[in-house]
Design a protein around this ligand. Structure first.
Ligand code: CO
Length: 180
């Protein structure tokens, strides 16, 4: 079952998500994340984006593979993720976000990250990520901390987005009225 995607402007996206425990219905959360992500044809989605303030996100690179065959097809669930180490060399990539429809901007992030997380069976996994996986992991991880990719932009760039951001805020207000 898919869920409505929380849009920029909602305070939910600015909250800190809490750890997932084994008593949580992780299968249900994962299913909702994947169903919503696939319906929106996105490449990553985190708990808070569907109003679940818990530390989990999903990644599915398949929409990118359609445009660029050099990209590895990858699908995964990341529970209680942590970034242990980041490479010094920053890389630039044009990011977007399902909570910020229509906005795409170059964002600088470390190209490689050493991460730890749990899989759906609560096995702890530690691995080094690079390329698109490292990029999406960092973007989704930020959501769990209440951080959005536009926070990483320079003041001027951010200012130029004001009109666009206000447009999304209005949509978010409408969404809230429908939910209530
Ligand atoms: Co996002």
């Amino acid at each position: 079952m898919d869920a409505p995607i929380i849009l920029y402007g909602s305070p939910v996206l600015r909250k800190h998500s809490i750890s997932i425990i084994e008593e949580d219905n992780i299968l249900k959360i994962t299913e909702m994340l994947f169903d919503t992500l696939k319906k929106a044809e996105g490449i990553g989605l985190s708990g808070p984006q569907i109003n679940i303030l818990k530390r989990a996100f999903v990644i599915d690179t398949s929409p990118l593979v359609e445009d660029d065959i050099t990209i590895e097809r990858f699908e995964g669930v990341f529970i209680n993720p942590v970034i242990i180490d980041r490479s010094a060399e920053p890389e630039i990539y044009k990011e977007g976000c399902l909570s910020l429809p229509g906005i795409y901007e170059d964002v600088e992030r470390p190209g490689k990250v050493l991460v730890r997380y749990q899989d759906i069976s609560f096995n702890t996994i530690e691995e080094e990520l690079d390329g698109i996986k490292a990029r999406i992991f960092q973007h989704e991880f930020d959501h769990l901390e209440g951080i959005l990719f536009i926070d990483k932009l320079g003041l001027l760039k951010r200012k130029l987005l004001t009109g666009n951001l206000n447009r999304i805020k209005k949509l978010s207000e409408k969404q809230k009225n429908i939910r209530n």
